[in-house]
Design a protein. Structure first.
Length: 409
């Protein structure tokens, strides 16, 4: 009896390392901290060497442990500091005086050392603070460059450093960075202008074709073969219109959102579900999930496009029977999260990144699919980036995907 091969198992779920929390500013090994430690450390070493030399010179000058340069032969000597014997031989009296003087010298050296150490500690604190302030002043242009680079990373290519000051290495770096931003902005603007112009130019003939086809299809005397051909051409024309609209939206969503208004992701997701419910019922897909209020600042139309694209993909790329799509929204510290998960075919982990590329689908050709034009996830990612957020996909155990959209609140 032939053995039945075991069904293919789902690929192992990839693990993502959680993003490590950044260390506090004072613990990060920044250049400013390192320069401060370098300047302060050099001052501290120099101060220790100087203190040691002064102490040795002072000890040598005081001749610690030497004998008195005079002797008491007779008479009476009193002292409030030294404990001298009242009745003793001259040798014993001289020895007591010598011990007292040596003790006073040692106390003077110890006092000098203690006060010098206190002065060294105080000067070290001042030196470290001064070094930190000077390092911050010298490195302030680098901080300005870093802040501008962060703003540019949010697709705000209009920002420039425009650093003033002496013509040194930092100003040269800032000017080079500004020149690079100019070239990037020109290239990015030219690309968007080309996509927008091409899409607008394609809209007019597609609209004319659709009108002509609808007119011919409305003719009751048209033969059945012609009507069938007209329906096929109309579906093809509709798909081309969707492609053009997707290209326009993709070109527009790559820009930073300037006008922002409060938008509730729960309401956006509910609207997307209402628009997709009829298609889900036709395919036998259940839509479920709880949506808690999650208000963000952004463009409601573009955010609705994210939810609509994700829900449509989850419905269309599902299992033939007993499929489901779960749409949830929640508010987390500092961000609002929209999660769309669904049943469906097993998705290898190495295919995840390809799904976000334009005109790319899972294990299908770039064209020839009736499930869309291949721009849904690309548009969703561009819109999320324009709002300062991100979209992450991961395979779901048993098949399907889990799409997570995080937006700052």
């Amino acid at each position: 009896m032939p053995t039945v091969p075991a069904p293919p198992t789902a690929p192992p779920k990839p693990t993502w390392e959680p993003k490590q929390q950044e260390q506090p500013y004072w613990l990060r090994p920044t250049i400013r901290i390192r320069l401060t430690l370098l300047y302060g450390g050099m001052f501290l070493i120099a101060g220790i060497l100087l203190l040691s030399i002064i102490y040795l010179l002072a000890a040598q000058a005081l001749h610690v442990g030497s004998e008195l340069p005079f002797k008491i032969v007779n008479g009476q000597v009193t002292s409030e500091v030294c404990n001298l014997p009242e009745k003793a031989s001259p040798d014993s009296f001289n020895a007591a005086m010598n011990s007292c003087v040596n003790h006073q010298r040692q106390q003077a050296l110890d006092t000098l050392l203690n006060r010098s150490l206190l002065a060294l500690v105080g000067m070290s604190v001042i030196a470290f603070a001064f070094g930190y302030a000077m390092a911050g002043r010298v490195l302030s242009p680098l901080g300005r460059i870093t802040r501008t680079a962060r703003q540019v990373a949010g697709t705000d290519l209009s920002r420039r450093i425009e650093l003033d000051g002496p013509d040194d290495e930092l100003k040269e770096l800032a000017d080079t960075f500004d020149d690079m931003l100019d070239r990037l902005e020109r290239a990015f603007t030219a690309q968007q202008r080309f996509v927008g112009n091409a899409s607008h130019e394609l809209r007019t003939p597609l609209a004319i074709n659709r009108t002509l086809l609808e007119v011919h299809l409305s003719d009751p005397q048209a033969p059945p073969e012609l009507k069938q051909l007209g329906k096929t051409l109309l579906a093809t024309n509709e798909r081309s219109e969707q492609l053009v609209e997707g290209l326009l939206l993709l070109a527009r969503s790559d820009n930073q959102i300037v006008e922002r208004k409060p938008v509730d992701l729960a309401e956006v997701a509910s609207r997307a579900i209402d628009q997709t419910r009829s298609e889900a019922e036709e395919r036998g897909v259940e839509i479920r999930g709880e949506r808690a209020p999650a208000v963000v600042q952004g463009n409601g139309v573009l955010l609705e496009r994210i939810a609509l694209n994700l829900v449509q993909n989850a419905v269309r790329y599902n299992v033939p029977e007993q499929g489901w799509v779960e749409v949830t929204t929640e508010l987390q510290p500092g961000q609002a999260v929209l999660v769309v998960s669904n049943t469906g075919p097993v998705v290898p982990a190495y295919e995840i990144d390809n799904l976000f590329e334009p005109f790319r689908r899972l294990r299908t050709e770039r064209t020839g699919s009736d499930k869309g034009v291949g721009l849904g996830l690309s548009i969703a990612r561009s819109v999320a980036r324009a709002h300062g957020g991100r979209i992450v996909a991961e395979p779901r155990e048993g098949g399907g995907l889990v799409m997570r959209v995080s937006l700052p609140v």
